[in-house]
Write a protein that binds this ligand. Sequence first.
Ligand code: NAD
Length: 327
Amino acid sequence: MEKEQIAFFDAKPYDKEWFDKYNTDYEIIYYDGRLRPQNAKLAEGCKAVCAFVNDEINEKTIDILSRLEVEVILLRCAGYNNVSVEEAKKRGIKVLRVPDYSPYAVAEHTMGLILALNRKIPRAYIRTRDFNFSLNGLTGFDLHGKTAGVIGTGKIGRVFIDICKGFGMEIIAFDPKPADIDGVRYVSKEELFKRSDIISLHCPLTKETNYMINDEALRLMKKNALIVNTSRGRLIDTEALLIALNEKRIGGAALDVYEEESGLFFEDNSDRIVTDEVISLLVSRPNVIITSHQAFLTEEALSNIAQITLKNFDDFLAGNSLENEVK
Ligand code: NAD
């Protein structure tokens, strides 16, 4: 019997490694390019497409997929803000995702970014490689006794809270659905902005959270506050952030995601002129650290992502109930 085919977009070597390890039942056709209207036709003959965070699964893409009789979109990620779920529903295409693969991967990277930013570890690393052992300009602050403001206390937010507790930090949080978490006090967003030494974003990108960190929010923050975003780029109005950094109204920012990351992140752009002036200015600031949407990138997470994505397709084909369906 012929194997069902999956058109796998935006495929990277680490994706292939883990999907090939666990796949026995399907023919996976890997494409380097992102899924978007221009190349959606590559899915011809496939019952499923497998997509990632920056694929453009808008109405146009879904229209093409629907004409090609694709039946299911297998997202190998948790967020689905890049998918027109309404349109998929209208066309009878199911959207399945991986809601939980390793909150530890993202939370640990978040703390890694904070330590690197606060203690200026990347700057120190670059200096010592050049035998510059000066400490000037490398002063940080103790995390112990400081206040961490956590926005979104779901799976990742809670692991991050546990890590902050280990550092002896006081935790305040904002979430429209507060939970009962030991040692955490929920406050208004405004109070969180005013009181936090570190502000960490762990909520999804929605209409309500879009540009949650805007000029108004930035003006409420402490002068030495550090902002860390490992969720989605559009939670922050990046131009407003750049202005706040220029005017020294906040202490620094660590960004694993960027609102214009599509087409830039996950790729080696070192051989071309990057014309995005906002990111060009950000990377040049000594108090900004950018990583390329890598918070998820651990062996455990990649292994879980591959297994759960394949199981989602198994369940779809078997007509089982779809626990990971985006509704
Ligand atoms: P989750 O669904 O477990 O938790 C999200 C929390 O955000 C929930 O408690 C929810 O009530 C809260 N929330 C919803 N609207 C909010 C609002 N307006 N203000 C404040 N909080 C709000 O999700 P999770 O697994 O913890 O993931 C959080 C986010 O992390 C995802 O949405 C995704 O964007 C991002 N993420 C990033 C990476 C990465 O590699 N950088 C990897 C995985 C997930």
